[in-house]
Write a protein that binds this ligand. Structure first.
Ligand code: ZN
Ligand code: ZN
Length: 453
């Protein structure tokens, strides 16, 4: 369920107990542990641990504290070590201006050389930053265009910086410090940063969560931190595990790529992932790049699209859910016949249905499908996206005439279903005009949606 992306298992205070500690971790739901090194000696220890224990992976690198001895020959040793089995990252590396154990120029030089090695070796880096935000951000931004992929462990930057880093494709993690009584500010920060690029870590033997604060930390305590994060986001611990483990897979290639989900549960609804195909190509859609929602992998090739009975089987009793929603990273009306079969089953068994659509169903199916909604689709949620046809065409990469077709679709569907029309909360879109069009002219319900967030 969990991946501890940062645990210094080679520390002397674990000596003789590693096997037990790993067993306790597995019992607590930790599937994998990544062991970041701090110098050449611990690189070898981390690799040894990875060779000895199946669930352990190694990261190799020189910590800023240890860069006092840095000379350029070290990079050659690191390069050799990076080729060892089960080495999944360069780390931990970075800048520490709090302790300043090593002159800053030396820290920066070692940091940059190790980033260059990571890029060359196609490995991610694990970054340690303490009171060195400005320089860390500058260096990371410089290398982000050259292929750098990074985890910011024990995140210490601002919310704005985190958002910038996430945009650049980097990942963020917090330690047991989010459970401390006096760290309300860190919890607030985490909530504002969001779950999207979050990883889990203990930083053991340091940073033990409450009620073990100040004691030796160990990977089984990761569960406590995950439970706290779940509480903050109002999600289950399982969901936090799924989201963070998928992120760890994406960054480190540790674990398994989650199988594509045909159906997935969110907020008491069951979502039906009908297709990834779409007749539009919205500028805000990450269907092509990253078809993931809340840790669920929704990637589906056309040849893998299942028939109706597969979905029906997964639905079981539809009354268990608030709504059965036809959705996914694609346009469900492309498989209208399959949607109808599933909706028939749901309605016959007392469930409630919603169709999330771009409103192009009549164009796609070359006929008016809206009368078929009667008794089958309770709610139709249509992406209005804009009240302006030209802007609509630009946002969705479709001919501007589609705007008119979509409005016609909405007006006609209103005879058979409850209609909601939505826009994505983009600053450029005129919300007032869209709201007027929906409530006054079409007579439907109006929502501003946050696209898959
Ligand atoms: Zn660190
Ligand atoms: Zn560390």
């Amino acid at each position: 369920m969990f991946i501890d992306t940062h645990c210094h298992l080679f520390y002397p205070n674990f000596n003789g107990e590693v096997a037990e500690i790993i067993n306790r971790a597995i019992e607590a739901g930790v599937d994998y542990i990544i062991v970041p090194s701090t110098n050449l000696a611990s690189c070898r220890q981390a690799i040894d641990l990875a060779n000895r224990y199946e669930c352990v992976y190694a990261a190799i690198g020189v910590h800023p504290h240890d860069t006092n001895e840095w000379d350029d020959s070290i990079i050659d040793s690191l390069e050799k070590l990076s080729k060892e089995n089960k080495v999944v990252a360069i780390g931990e590396i970075g800048l520490d201006y709090y302790y300043d154990f090593s002159p800053r120029e030396k820290q920066i030089n070692a940091f940059e050389q190790q980033i260059e090695l990571a890029i060359l070796s196609d490995l991610p880096v694990i970054i340690h930053n303490r009171e060195a935000n400005e320089d860390t951000m500058e260096i990371v931004k410089k290398y982000s265009t050259k292929g750098l992929r990074a985890q910011f462990h024990c995140y210490a930057g601002t919310v704005e910086e985190a958002k910038e880093l996430i945009k650049l494709g980097h990942y963020i993690s917090f330690t047991g410090n989010i459970t401390f009584k006096n760290t309300e500010d860190i919890r607030k920060k985490l909530i504002q940063i969001g779950m999207k690029n979050l990883l889990l870590e203990t930083d053991a033997p340091f940073m033990a969560p409450e009620p073990f604060r100040g004691k030796r930390n160990e990977p089984s305590y990761l569960k406590i931190t995950a439970e706290k994060i779940a509480e903050l986001f109002n999600l289950t611990t399982k969901e936090i595990g799924r989201i963070a483990s998928f992120n760890a897979y994406k960054l480190f290639k540790v674990g398994k790529e989650p199988q594509a989900n045909f159906t997935y549960e969110l907020n008491d609804n069951l979502y039906i992932n009908i297709t990834n195909r779409c007749d539009s190509n919205c500028i805000f859609c990450n269907r092509e790049s990253n078809p993931v929602i809340s840790g669920y992998n929704l990637k589906m090739n056309q040849e893998d699209e299942p028939p109706a009975h597969v979905y029906i089987n997964e639905i079981g009793d539809p009354k268990k859910y608030k709504e059965i929603v036809f959705c996914g990273y694609g346009e469900p009306t492309i498989r209208w016949d399959v949607v109808k079969l599933i909706a028939t089953y749901v309605k016959e068994n007392g469930g409630t249905t919603r169709l999330n659509t771009n409103g192009h169903g009549n164009i796609i199916n070359k006929k008016d499908i809206t009368p078929e909604f009667e008794g089958l689709i309770d709610t139709v949620s249509i992406s209005l996206n804009s009240s302006d046809a030209i802007e609509y065409a630009r946002l969705m990469n479709v001919p501007s005439e589609y705007h008119d077709e979509m409005i016609k679709f909405a007006k006609s569907a209103k005879k058979y279903s409850h209609i909601i029309m939505t826009i994505v909360g983009l600053d450029k879109v005129d919300e007032e005009a869209a709201k007027n069009l929906v409530t006054e002219e079409i007579g439907a319900e109006f929502h501003v949606r946050h696209y898959f967030e």
